[in-house]
Design a protein. Structure first.
Length: 294
């Protein structure tokens, strides 16, 4: 009986392992299939950039019948302004926005998390309430203000607000992170003669790299992909960002260059992909961390 029981146990174990192996294989096949389905539009766009113009919408194959880089040449030099100018404008706006947003939001978050001042809870609650306001609610008053200041058709309406801590989401995210850092570190720094400002940039910022990187990455992605803001405030084509540059390839009253648009769309995705690829570890750590994590 002991031998039979042992044999039954071995058979049951092997059967369980086989079942788990089959489930794992099926799960991976489903995930790979879903990944291919999700990536198909991107792969189709990439393949279409190497097709002749007349085959873009007549072929669903991912392999072009003939390869040509004419779409990239037309897209880069086909407009009145080189597409490189649009890339430069987007980089300037995105990088300055990252610097301003990280600095201003971290400073505001430090005040809410560490400093004691009258009405702190009220102002923090008021700041959180701005998360419920759609961007379009304040769009017209902001435009009127910037128009009176003479900032329309410049980068200032897109950059100056970033230095005024207007993104409540990042402030809230940083406040939660700062509250997880032990106050004993602040007290030890104060005993060494550090002021509140020195505690901010000597203690808090070095310990908060994950959440700062998260804010920087999201700010870069959202600014790079922003279409509405530049559409409203930028009129001169030499000031266009890549998103406005892509729109100029499609003309509702004339001929549209879809090949050039798709080619430049592929190039537009590259900086976002590279930026995320290099900082994805800090992004995941910043989102997942709820306290101090070294």
């Amino acid at each position: 009986m002991t031998t039979e029981a042992h044999n039954l146990t071995v058979v049951g174990t092997e059967s369980s392992k086989s079942r788990r192996r089959i489930i794992s294989i099926v799960s991976h096949v489903i995930l790979v299939g879903a990944s291919i389905l999700m990536l198909y539009p991107l792969l189709w766009m990439l393949a279409s950039t190497f097709r002749p113009e007349n085959e873009i919408f007549t072929s669903s194959s991912l392999w072009p019948s003939s390869f040509s880089i004419d779409s990239y040449i037309r897209g880069w030099n086909g407009l009145r302004v080189s597409f490189g100018t649009f890339f430069l404008n987007s980089f300037i706006i995105s990088i300055v926005s990252v610097i301003g947003n990280v600095f201003a939001c971290s400073l505001a978050a430090y005040a809410f998390a560490r400093l004691e001042f009258r009405g702190r809870k009220f102002w923090f609650a008021l700041m959180l309430m701005t998360l419920m306001l759609p961007y379009h609610v304040t769009l017209i008053p902001q435009y009127v203000l910037f128009l009176q200041l003479g900032w329309v058709d410049t980068f200032l309406p897109l950059l100056v607000p970033k230095f005024l801590a207007v993104d409540a989401f990042f402030i809230f995210l940083m406040v939660q992170f700062f509250r997880g850092i032990p106050r004993e570190l602040d007290e030890a720094a104060m005993m060494d003669g550090c002021s509140a400002w020195r505690i901010y940039y000597k203690v808090m910022l070095p310990l908060s790299m994950p959440v700062l990187a998260t804010a920087a990455i999201f700010t870069f992605l959202w600014t790079w992909d922003d279409f509405l803001g530049p559409l409203i405030y930028l009129n001169d084509m030499r000031s266009y960002t890549v998103q406005l540059g892509l729109r100029t390839f499609v003309d509702s009253t004339g001929e549209s260059d879809f090949g050039g648009m798709l080619a430049m769309s592929v190039l537009t995705i590259v900086p976002v992909f590279v930026f995320f690829l290099f900082f994805q570890r800090l992004l995941i750590e910043g989102i997942a961390t709820t306290g101090m994590k070294r």
